[in-house]
Design a binder for this molecule. Sequence first.
Ligand code: FRU
Length: 536
Amino acid sequence: MKSDRVFVLILITILFFNTCSTDKKNNDKGMTNTQSEEEKYRPSFHFTPQKNWMNDPNGMFFLNGQFHLYFQYHPESSVWGPMHWGHATSKDLIRWEEHPIALFPDDLGTIFSGSAVVDHLNTTGFGSLENPPIVAMYTNHDAKAEQKGSELFQTQSIAYSLDQGFTWTKFENNPVIQNPGIRDFRDPKVFWMESDKKWIMTLAAGQETQFYASTNLKEWTFLSAFGKGIGNHDGVWECPDLFPLKVKGTDTTKWVHLVSINPGGPNGGSATQYFVGDFDGFTFTVDPKFKKDLQKEHLFWTDFGKDNYAGVTFSNWKSIEGNPLFLGWMSNWQYANKVPTHSWRSAMTLARTLELIKTESSFRLQSSLPIDWNPFVSKKKQIADTKIEQEQTILSTNTIDLSSARIRVDIKNVDPNKYTFTLSNQVGDSLLFGYDHKKQEFFIDRSLSGKVDFSSDFSNKLSIAPRFSNQKTLSLEVILDKTSIELFFDLGETVMTEIFFPNQPFETLSLSSEAQTKAVFSAELWELNPLKEEVK
Ligand code: FRU
């Protein structure tokens, strides 16, 4: 009996010490408390809500020096649920300040995605010419009606703000557009068409988009539908946008129609495709040359990475050159609800200027960052032309904190070879990205980047993207912010955005080529520390 008890005691002791050491391992390798999750995973210059779930950007506009961002928000949980519009503002698109919730669910339903415009001419009568109202148009999603089996549970409503977007009043005669019998009928994006002196709205309707017109944002007339038999139809169409854009270096203006699709993205799940054509105030017609290109192979995505969805452009904003500003949700419906952050979920991408360039056969969108980085740079490093070795060439170690950094690299004399950048840390996590010249493809491989097992869709295959340029020099801009990488290849002709969750921050960046190469690289690295600067 006595020896039995001693045996049990020894067993308990062994078990106890084993558990402690496993916990220790988990603690060292993983994130078990909110403090370290906060430090290691919350981006420092991409917008994240303080708490809980966020998806699509909504109602973005610019006014009086401030960018307003609303977002699909579930204030009670870190997974998707009854949608509200959260709100944040920024003066520099880097430091964001979160404000109280802008729109709450009501009798017509929860508040799905939509847009906001500055009604300068007070066409609604909600404000005055001196104090023009901001008008938001959004989808009411009636979950109760849906549960009861109705098909008519999504309608469009409006709300207005007379204090520049901080507080809102819903229109008393909502909804302004009833559901015509289409299940997926949502995400209105409105703009003022100066030539026709009317508001135009584009809406996702099943696997098409629709266009409507109005003179007062309250009464809407159906104009036309777009999308049958063109583009990707592997999923539902969502969050459309339509805007004119000058073809770079010419006087020609084309219209660009963005359509998010889920699933159906080039690397699986959610992504945003686009169409280039003309809009006459009634109908969107795809440019014939663009159509031909699209029919050869669908390579028209605003971003080929897995994590840029539901992006649209800011209202009331144009760059000096007249280009729009675009921002997306940095996640993918395949795994958004499962990513390993718990107190908040999801970040937005950086805002990007969109340009339209003429290609040999038609047109292509190009993205660049309109950010003045100077105030946020805490360290700099420059590397002059250096031969790329087969063995890994160390580009930077602890001299620059790679958690929040901007890197510009040029690879000259690119030859049929594979060039791989590796971000790594001491616990064996690595994130690979680069260019395979034999395949003319860019790639990101996050299969060993840390926490990956929350979803097989997160890491089960390489993400790839085509190279369009045939220049001998490959230019690359990399933005790293703890859990995200944004890659702008060839000055933004190909863009890839992805998220990742390393067990410890990445400390080393290396570059290697698969075989011997004549290629050389040069680089500039900037460590970014936006949080040091006070929000003015
Ligand atoms: C896109 C989307 C929209 C919808 C919203 C709901 O991610 O599905 O179509 O309005 O999210 O949160």
